[in-house]
Design a protein around this ligand. Structure first.
Ligand code: PNS
Length: 165
């Protein structure tokens, strides 16, 4: 069984992320979406909430699971018997950082391949930080996040705006 991991912060998950996950699910037997915990970043959504939001969006993808990873991805991949990490690449600006991570992960776990998938052109501009920024100003994010999580994301930022008034 060929298992791949789609890792990321997913703070929150976007239509661009889900496009990569869906396409990866057509190439591998099982795809694990791994929500990573970065101790240096304070996320908008807790890891548990990010997992819950993603779970709602993958209902129609039978060979996709979601999980939380709070250690090194290279170790997590070993533990899950995964053969590949799948990363979406939006532009050359993503490449340098992703290339470095791929090489580090290869050093840490030589059996693990990193597979780069080109983002679909309609999502090239999309990132979680752009979603957070638009939502933070009360803008319309319906073209950026799946409808299953739209209300939760918008409400989270609505609460934040009301807190700061
Ligand atoms: O969505 P992001 O924040 O761009 O994802 C970055 C991510 C989660 C893939 C990266 O931070 C990561 O790999 N974190 C897990 C910890 C780890 O294994 N670090 C060493 C990789 S070089």
């Amino acid at each position: 069984m060929r298992i791949a991991i789609c890792p990321g912060s997913f703070d929150p998950v976007t239509l661009g992320h889900l496009d990569i996950v869906r396409r990866a699910s057509q190439l591998f037997d099982l795809v694990i979406v791994a929500v990573t915990v970065n101790p240096n970043k304070i996320p908008t959504f807790s890891a548990e909430k990010r997992v819950e939001l993603i779970r709602r969006c993958i209902q129609t993808m039978p060979n996709v699971e979601v999980d939380c990873c709070d250690g090194l991805l290279a170790d997590y991949a070993k533990q899950k018997n995964a053969c590949a990490l799948v990363k979406g690449l939006r532009a050359v600006t993503d490449f340098e950082y992703e290339f470095q991570m791929a090489l580090i992960n290869k050093e840490l776990n030589p059996e693990l391949e990193t597979v780069f998938m080109t983002t679909s052109s309609e999502y090239m501009y999309l990132s979680s930080s752009a979603v957070r920024q638009v939502a933070g100003y009360g803008g319309d994010i319906s073209k950026f996040v799946p409808k299953q999580i739209l209300q939760d994301v918008a409400e989270r930022f609505c609460i934040e705006r009301n807190d700061t008034v």
